[in-house]
Design a protein around this ligand. Sequence first.
Ligand SMILES: *[C@@H]1O[C@H](CO)[C@@H](O)[C@H](O)[C@H]1NC(C)=O
Ligand SMILES: *[C@@H]1O[C@H](CO)[C@@H](O)[C@H](O)[C@H]1NC(C)=O
Length: 335
Amino acid sequence: MTVSFRWRLVKFLTASTALFLLVQLLLSGFAALTLDEPRRQSPLPTGTSRLLSPSTYSYVLNQPDLCRDQRPLLLALVPVAPGDRTSRDVVRRTWGAKQQEGSARDPLLLTVFYVGVSSEPGVQDALVAESGDHGDIIQMDFVDSYQNLTIKTLMIMNWVATFCPNASHAMKVDADIFVNVYLLVEVLRGYPTKGFITGSVIRDGRPRRDPKSRWYVSEEAYPDSYFPPYVSGAGYVFSTDVARKVSLASRSVPMVPLEDVYVGLCLRAAGVSPVYAQSFLALRNLFEVRHLAYDRCAFAARVIVNGFKPAELLSIWEDFSLNLFNLLSHCTVSS
Ligand SMILES: *[C@@H]1O[C@H](CO)[C@@H](O)[C@H](O)[C@H]1NC(C)=O
Ligand SMILES: *[C@@H]1O[C@H](CO)[C@@H](O)[C@H](O)[C@H]1NC(C)=O
């Protein structure tokens, strides 16, 4: 390379970097403007935005001091039905047990459960007692139902942003999932701590227009024929700043009844791109959203596996955690 060519290259690179930074600055300024002033530009009908806004609901049960005296590496956020004590107990006894590292004060993992209200007799009293025993239940006064999962997810995001912004990462995960916390804690150390979300990314999602489908979305609710990339709702991991971004963006993103798609729409509005989680050595998804039959080595190589009954989770976890040492020495990366 001649000196003059090198110089031109330097000038070109400097100019394009400056242009890039300028564009970034404009975009982030624009994003901040749209996020921080939702009222001025919000196109939302008030009924829908009221239904989704966390300020519409009050806490019935809360743990506002959970993160005050400790700073967990990872928060596990588990949406669960109010009456489903069995699933909560199994999560508490398996992967969701509080994980401490050495003598450090801060836990590796802290698990919190999120519920709405139930009209079934006896459920609320039992929940209050359970909350007194475990101190890990957050409840808001919306009706807990499948159709209201979007409300619950936003409640989770808002809770994290308000009461636990100092945790490094959070994982939203369903109660019927096997979580390999040992592998998760390892991969977490390599994850960015700002503007990051990872899981099983769905890039070609389309709205179902058949009113009989469980996943039906009307053209009125969502006119486009594709969804933006989103992470499957079964389990995903994010840096906790993303909770605030999603919570703010939700003020100007119209409701769709699919909670994982809705988070994807908020991420797009906030300028955060979901990252597909795969292991570096084998081209395999770390977040297995299908159900797999239990196999020690296969499960050792994944962060989550989907779809277990409480009793199955218990017995799988017992075998898995008892054989941890064997797993490390006997399983190959291609499992
Ligand atoms: C987060 O950490 C900052 C600085 O360490 C502290 O001032 C703040 O109170 C913490 N917030 C919460 C909610 O714990
Ligand atoms: C969702 O929650 C709201 C607020 O509690 C309630 O009015 C509505 O009936 C619920 N919808 C369903 C389908 O459960």
